[in-house]
Design a protein around this ligand. Structure first.
Ligand code: NAD
Length: 485
């Protein structure tokens, strides 16, 4: 066992104006690995949402006027404190999410500190331009922070996805009100405390807790200047509507996905490929926006590849996030596991062939679902259309390039896609033809790399997180004109 879940201390308060404040209603948060283990969290009411936004508003003039290099220094200290407290943060993360502790330590916490350092470096590299005007005038374009940024994050990678928002927003000179998911709130407030310890002035980084209603209050608040969101496409659409009717504030949305693994018969290294396909749908038990949930494979390779993937899936070991032999973590809660089971049943009823899995893992504690493969021929099948957010792989076969690419192009989603072939020109043509924000060639998954922007096409989102675009969106531009006499 990596840690004793009974000994983890959680903070039930929020961070408003640099101080811990208890919410007005108390709610239990269950550990998905052991639902009987619960920790209380206080949720904000409308007055407290207002307090957090006003704290951020009042802190904005000082923070945005700070010499940019000083902002960078504080963010570097913040990153160092995150690293110094890695074990505590990883335990808080793994206690209530599906993140296996060893991954929280090896990846998630390091991403947070790495992202803070990466964006700290942008702080003093905000550069404007002088445009080409007649000699009797001077026109400059300058970039300014928006003001108060509302950041709303989901439960599947709580601290990573929160840091993708607060780190660049702060580096650009904005102040932040973060609302983590009500299912995974504890790591965010601890990280905000470390920010204060690092020197962030009070009110620069606030954390409020609550469900979608609290998130809605935040989005609609008139003093919020920009909304950055990661979550489901349905919530993203609601947020866009709310932001449009309460101030026309800009939004960026990182939403759902239904990633294809498009495999041609000449794909290299079948062992490596099978491992990638298996991992692509079982990593974090499939609770990944960029999961490779559709295997679209050229007919002659289909049986061999599917069998290899099923063999690898059978080796996975379900268990609690704190278990040192766990390779498949729990599903976040019963509601989500019911939804997975329902879609699988629906898919089989409408003609899909079950190749493996297709049922829950019955254990004394926690919700688990067996890695599942469904052979699907009908493009309207639920396993092909719906984002399941569980370890369920839909397999479709194709004969030629056009058919494969047409299947890869999902009618709604376009977050990520993988293309596997030895033929570089075919790979590139497929990458051009697939409507998706990211295309991996002979690869799957985000590396611990901060430079590549990430964001979807179609209902998978609007705008990018990470990379230069993931920083620049936290700035607005202004043209300043001077007439020369
Ligand atoms: P969700 O949309 O239910 O909730 C996300 C967050 O929004 C939570 O903090 C929630 O409290 C809040 N929220 C809910 N309703 C709201 C409203 N009306 N106004 C404001 N806030 C509201 O999503 P989830 O179940 O937490 O996360 C899973 C989804 O997130 C999946 O669809 C997944 O694909 C997507 N996701 C996308 C990315 C990406 O980068 N594209 C990354 C991870 C997850």
């Amino acid at each position: 066992m990596y840690f004793d879940p009974d000994s983890v201390h959680t903070i039930s308060e929020m961070m408003i104006g640099g101080e811990l404040r208890q919410g007005t209603s108390i709610h239990p948060v269950a550990s998905p690995s052991r639902p009987s283990l619960k920790h209380d969290i206080g949720w904000a009411d409308a007055t407290q949402v207002n307090d957090a936004v006003l704290a951020a508003r009042n802190a904005f003039p000082e923070w945005s006027a700070l010499p940019p290099r000083d902002r960078a220094k504080i963010l570097y200290r913040f990153a160092d404190l995150v690293d110094a407290n890695a074990e505590e943060i990883a335990r808080l993360e793994s206690l209530v999410s599906a993140r296996i502790y060893s991954e929280s330590m090896a990846r998630d916490v390091k991403v947070v500190s790495g992202v803070l350092r990466y964006f700290a470096e942008f702080s003093d590299k905000i550069e404007g331009s002088v445009t080409s005007t007649p000699s009797n005038s001077l026109s400059m374009t300058v970039h300014e922070p928006h003001g108060v940024v509302a950041a709303i994050s989901p439960w599947n990678f709580p601290i990573i996805l929160s840091s993708w928002k607060f780190a660049p927003a702060l580096a650009a000179g904005n102040t932040v009100v973060l609302k983590p998911s009500e299912l995974t709130p504890f790591s965010a407030v601890r990280i905000a405390q470390l920010g204060t310890e690092a020197g962030l002035p009070n009110g620069v980084f606030n954390v409020i807790n609550g469900d979608g209603q609290v998130g809605g209050e935040l989005v609609r608040h008139p003093d919020v200047d920009y909304v950055t969101f990661t979550g489901s496409s349905a919530t993203g659409a609601q947020i866009m509507a709310d932001a449009a009717t309460t101030g026309l504030k800009p939004v960026s949305l990182e939403l759902g996905g239904k990633g294809p693994q498009l495999v041609f018969e000449d794909a290299p290294d079948l062992d490596r490929l099978a491992a990638m396909v298996a991992r692509g749908i079982t990593y974090n038990s499939g609770q990944v926006c960029f999961a490779g949930s559709r295997l679209i494979v050229q007919r002659q390779l289909a049986d061999d590849l599917t069998r290899r993937v099923a063999d690898l899936m059978s080796e996975l070991q379900v268990g609690p996030t704190w278990g040192d032999t766990t390779t498949m973590p729990p599903i976040i809660n019963k509601k989500q596991n019911d939804r997975i089971a329902h879609i699988v049943e629906q898919s089989i009823r409408s003609g899909a062939e079950l190749l493996c899995g297709g049922e829950r893992v019955e254990t004394a504690e926690g919700e688990f679902y067996k890695p599942t493969i469904l052979n699907v021929s009908d493009i309207d099948n639920a396993a092909v259309c719906e984002e399941i957010f569980g370890p369920v792989l839909a397999v479709q076969t194709f004969d030629d390039f056009e058919e494969g690419v047409a299947l890869a192009n999902h009618s709604d989603y376009g977050l990520t896609a993988s293309v596997h072939t030895r033929d570089i020109s075919r790979a590139f043509k497929a990458a051009q033809d697939i409507q998706s924000g990211t295309v991996w060639i002979n690869d799957w998954g985000r590396r611990t790399d901060f430079t590549a922007p990430f964001g979807g096409y179609k209902k998978s989102g609007l705008g990018k997180d990470m990379g230069r675009p993931g920083f620049e969106k936290y700035l607005k531009s202004k043209a300043i004109w001077l007439e020369i006499d």
